[in-house]
Design a protein around this ligand. Sequence first.
Ligand SMILES: Cc1cc2nc3c(=O)[nH]c(=O)nc-3n(C[C@H](O)[C@H](O)[C@H](O)COP(=O)(O)OP(=O)(O)OC[C@H]3O[C@@H](n4cnc5c(N)ncnc54)[C@H](O)[C@@H]3O)c2cc1C
Length: 334
Amino acid sequence: MRLVDGAQIAAGWLDGETLQPLDCEGDPTGPLRAERLIAGVYRSLGVFMAERLAVTGAVRIAGASVATGDLLRGWTEQIAGIDPGAETLARYLTDAAVRPPPGEKHLLPGGMTTPLEKVAAQLPVTLRTTVRHISIDGAGVVVRSETGQIRARHVILTAPPSVAHAIDLPDMPAAQRAAGDQLRAIPAAVAILPLGEAAAGDSFAYVPGVGFLTANDGQEHATLVAKGAPAYRLRGWTRDRAAWAKTVTALGVQPDNRREVIVREWHDDPLAGGGFTAPVEPAGDAARQWRTPVGGRLHMAGEAAWADEGHPYVDRAWHSGRRAVDAILEELSR
Ligand SMILES: Cc1cc2nc3c(=O)[nH]c(=O)nc-3n(C[C@H](O)[C@H](O)[C@H](O)COP(=O)(O)OP(=O)(O)OC[C@H]3O[C@@H](n4cnc5c(N)ncnc54)[C@H](O)[C@@H]3O)c2cc1C
């Protein structure tokens, strides 16, 4: 959709409603207050204008300061992986991929490998083995890895499409490969910041231009997660011991800046390719094409495979797996 700088035009449509100027710099709840303010602009303007007005324009109409606008955009980038400034106000407020809905949150204390390890304890799962080749062969599928070959009637491929490119998939049409390439992952990096003593309680802070900082009760490190453009800067930022130590102190925990900071860049990881699928439009066609089963036997799952639905988190990945399993069960019941 073509965007117009509707700020001036739209201001006239507000029909006399007075919006208080807002300056949220230094206010930890600032991004949420700014969000409420532009939601007010949406209600005043209606869908037609909101579909033609960029977020930056809405921030201006709302009377928010430039710093508040930057805060809102930086905050959203840490959630969705993209700077939403150029997105339409309508998309910003209604697309779950850009602005995930609030709701119940869960913590995996052992990290993301916990569910995998639980499954591997009960089923013949081979962990830490890279798949190199998947092909359809007569009545089945052949999967080759560095340690051997497995044959199956059906296979579900859950590698994100950007890294699946490294797998030899001779039966996948070139157009399907190309569709997968459009489902690009966002840059994401994580830093582990050592603490002088275990954190007494949970704390969280958004560090503008850097990322989300968390310290959890009993842990001897704080975790900094950076998405979007700040993910590329994380390594440089954490090299500045004084800067990260000062930021960590703001959480009410003491840094240990004699120990090394560990930084992991997901966008440089050949098995991850980034954090999760960027909410680029139009993701729908690309996702639908990518998840079309190859030869009726090779099924695609993972959050990227359903990039046209919901938000790019674990729940989307989970539902994608259920859908692939249901498709296979239906096929087997025929
Ligand atoms: C910093 C960060 C924080 C996040 N926080 C949250 C959160 O709090 N809550 C939430 O719900 N979601 C969160 N997410 C999103 C969540 O991590 C993803 O949505 C989810 O991991 C996607 O699952 P997936 O199975 O599609 O892909 P992945 O988790 O990327 O799994 C794909 C797997 O395929 C493997 N693989 C790739 N290629 C091969 C190959 N050739 N052979 C063998 N294996 C291969 C990879 O090693 C990987 O294990 C976060 C993401 C990031 C980056």
